[in-house]
Design a protein around this ligand. Structure first.
Ligand code: SF4
Ligand code: SF4
Length: 179
């Protein structure tokens, strides 16, 4: 029977990504020169409940959609695929004085915000270099440590959006897993 290859340490990778956010990214947010929450280069994706809550919309969704379609809605919101895309104006939950999110830790906070700028996706670590706090070299070292010596890290930039970088794990040749 041939030895099993080492398993992909997905849980460890996700924990390493979260730890990197906590240690290296979040402490920098208050002094960030290009805060992502201003939505100047990023697009925020929201469902109806999040949109209604953040913009304090009182009308029913069909009426709001009609207003948006007529060009009379908040100009930073575009509707599509049953969702709402926000760009070009700071998120209403962003506290510009403190440089922080007013809904941090609340269920209404979009999952995409928690994932930005570093997250685990199917065994890869994805890093968005539009965040000035991301140090790719340091992140790669953290991920290599979490992955263990059986793996090496391959870095790939997205062809269309080169600021999105994936760190993939490749098994080291000659390494054997537990039998
Ligand atoms: S871009 Fe990065 S450092 Fe700046 S506010 Fe966003 S997460 Fe924080
Ligand atoms: S919900 Fe919070 S983290 Fe997300 S864009 Fe708005 S202020 Fe930033």
């Amino acid at each position: 029977m041939s030895p099993r290859p080492p398993r992909l340490p997905i849980r460890e990778l996700a924990a390493a990504a979260a730890a990197y956010q906590t240690a290296a990214v979040i402490p920098h947010c208050a002094q960030c020169l290009k805060p992502c929450c201003k939505l100047e280069s990023l697009v925020l994706e929201l469902n109806w409940k999040q949109t209604r809550t953040l913009w304090r919309i009182e009308e029913a969704r069909p009426a709001f959609d009609k207003r948006l379609a007529a060009g009379a809605g908040p100009e930073e919101i575009r509707a599509g695929n049953g969702l709402y895309y926000i760009h070009g104006k700071a998120c209403p939950a962003y506290d510009q004085t403190l440089g922080s999110c007013r809904i941090y830790g609340q269920s209404i906070k979009p999952a995409g915000c928690s994932d930005f700028p570093v997250y685990e996706d199917g065994g890869d670590i994805v890093a968005d270099l539009r965040c000035e706090a991301v140090d790719l070299k340091a992140l790669t070292a953290e991920i290599a440590r979490a992955a263990g010596r059986e793996f090496r890290i391959i870095e790939t930039a997205d062809a269309e959006f080169p600021f999105i970088v994936s760190l993939s794990l490749k098994r080291q040749t000659g390494q054997r897993g537990p039998a």
